[in-house]
Design a protein around this ligand. Structure first.
Ligand code: NAG
Ligand code: NAG
Ligand code: NAG
Ligand code: NAG
Length: 495
């Protein structure tokens, strides 16, 4: 080949990615894992059974029920504490290879600390894990999906740095009891979301109004806690158990409103303030918070007359300790936003620090959730952003899903899943992003936090007025079943 031709081929490959045939493009790679996800407080119920302690969502729903749109709670929810075998059966029916669920900290350690372990809680998760394995479904466990024991909130919750140690002690109990069978672990789910619980008195539990300060303190503790857990697993368990530990981070794709430098940089800052705040210390080569985050929070803090920056800092030893504490990156992806340069919000605030005006394009299709519009191409762009930024680590899609107001013929959800899976497959096959698995959110309709039971994310319908909580497959469950079993996108969804 002439040099020019060689250059052209390299150019085409670089711009358009690997050359793949159309059949490969709609097919899941051989080792790719497919399944569904849930979280303890959203499905379990059994809130005060068999020795479980009180957590911050029990407290919020019981004492400040006005914060929940339908004043409901997770006291019973899907009653999965009793009906877990039905959940396992749904997964089996679908041909799911993997089930992502979370463990309720207060069910295992009723007082938050590891001095008292609740055997009934251990028994419950043992039964669930064994039932999954009996049905050839791999368990993937989230250690923390927002239900902090109330006793630890009474000590200040995540802004209290001691929780980094208490989390490690909790994790050790989980590895000891379940690590012989559980090989995929997520330390935290969406710290970006629960840091905001310290930024507003009407936000998620514990709903504390310390924006621009408490939220950064919470993030700082969570990053240290994640690293403590990862390193402890390395020291005490990994040689025997051979499992993998990651963290589930959430991010919306940010599309600049124009191609001006201001707007492009605003979206870049959005990525760094929302994903980079957690991913950069753990996944980047240099470690620590993104430099743009440190520079802007420090500068704003000074301008606002704080002597000390509102952003706590890692010591050089901590930077080294945290960097590289990952076997894979869990990604929760739902939607996209538009970003423009500019500052909004009262100081102090994280949004103000980020310096991006965030909105959504009204032409993007809506869901039942105010924040969730359907932007499948944003998924591919986000996957590429992560691969480029962090050296293409293995990415497991730990959540992706769509909300409506209920009903079995959920055609919009079917379209959401097929379009997102197609974009993900382009990222895998064309862009060579290392995506290794996918769990749809969610296996069943459940308690959607401050939206109660008004917004439905399930692929199985649950009647919350019926004490037996019957589960019925929606159209989306049937289509995902077909996808899980054939391991490709069905012909009728290809254009
Ligand atoms: C791939 O292309 C061939 C030939 O154009 C066509 O017959 C086939 O249906 C295509 N398959 C997919 C999955 O698009
Ligand atoms: C910005 O540039 C990209 C790449 O050239 C293009 O796809 C996109 O449509 C442009 N966006 C706007 C708002 O003009
Ligand atoms: C910071 O202090 C200076 C000097 O006292 C004052 O002019 C300025 O308004 C203060 N800034 C804020 C944001 O309060
Ligand atoms: C589901 O809804 C779609 C569009 O609203 C309609 O075309 C289809 O016939 C419905 N299917 C069933 C089984 O009702």
């Amino acid at each position: 080949m002439r040099l020019q031709t060689v250059c052209f081929v390299i150019f085409v490959t670089a711009v358009f990615g690997a050359d793949v045939d159309n059949e490969t493009l709609v097919t899941f790679p051989k080792d790719f894992k497919l399944g569904a996800a849930t979280a303890s407080y959203q499905i379990e119920g059994g809130w005060n059974e068999d020795g479980k302690g009180v957590n911050i969502w029990d407290t919020l729903t019981h004492e400040r029920s006005q914060l929940v749109v339908d004043k409901s709670s997770g006291d019973v929810a899907d009653d999965s504490y009793h009906l877990y075998m039905e959940d396992v059966q749904l997964l089996k029916n679908m041909g799911a290879q993997i089930y992502r669920f979370s463990i309720s900290w207060a069910r295992i350690l009723p007082e938050g600390h590891d001095n008292k372990v609740n055997q009934a809680g251990i028994d419950y998760y043992n039964k669930l894990i064994d039932a999954l394995l009996d049905n050839e479904i791999e368990p993937m466990v989230t250690m923390y999906h927002w239900d902090l024991p109330q006793t630890l909130q009474d000590l200040g919750g995540w802004p209290n740095r001691e929780l980094a140690k208490y989390s490690e002690n909790y994790a050790r109990v989980l590895f000891k009891n379940f690590g012989d069978r559980v090989k995929l672990w997520l330390t935290f789910n969406e710290p970006l979301t629960f840091m905001d619980a310290y930024a507003s008195e009407t936000g998620m539990a514990p709903s504390i109004d310390t924006p621009g300060i408490g939220d950064y303190l919470a993030a700082h503790t969570v990053i240290l806690a994640h690293a403590n857990i990862y390193r402890m697993y390395e020291r005490e368990f990994k040689a025997d158990q051979q499992g993998e530990v990651g963290i589930a981070l959430n991010i919306h794709w940010c599309e600049p409103v124009t191609n001006s430098t201001e707007d492009v940089e605003a979206c870049e800052r959005y990525q760094q303030f929302n994903l980079g705040i957690y991913a950069h210390p753990i996944f980047s080569e240099e470690g620590d918070y993104p430099s743009v985050l440190k520079a802007r929070v420090d500068a704003n803090s000074a301008a606002e007359n704080y002597t000390t920056s509102r952003l706590p800092k890692f010591t050089p030893d901590e930077v080294d300790f945290i960097r590289g504490t990952h076997d894979f990156l869990g990604l929760n992806f739902y939607t996209a936003v538009t970003g423009a340069g500019g500052v909004e919000g009262e100081p102090p605030s994280r949004y103000r620090d980020a310096g991006a005006i965030i909105s959504q394009d009204p032409d993007w299709p809506e869901s039942a959730s105010s924040w969730l519009r359907v932007v499948p191409w944003g998924f591919r762009k986000e996957l590429n952003w992560i691969a480029n930024e962090y050296g293409n680590p293995p990415i497991f899609i730990t959540e992706n899903g769509f909300s409506d107001y209920g009903g079995l013929n959920d055609t919009d959800r079917v379209l959401y899943y097929t379009e997102h899976l197609k974009e993900m497959l382009k990222a895998i096959h064309i862009d060579e992003v290392n995506v290794v698995g996918y769990t749809a959110w969610s296996l069943v309709d459940n308690f959607e936090w401050l939206r109660g039971y008004t917004e439905r994310f399930g692929i199985h319908e649950v009647n919350f007025n019926d004490p037996s909580r019957p589960r019925v497959p929606k159209e989306s469950a049937k289509v995902l079943t077909e996808i899980f079993k054939t391991r490709r996108i069905p012909e009728r969804f290809l254009d």
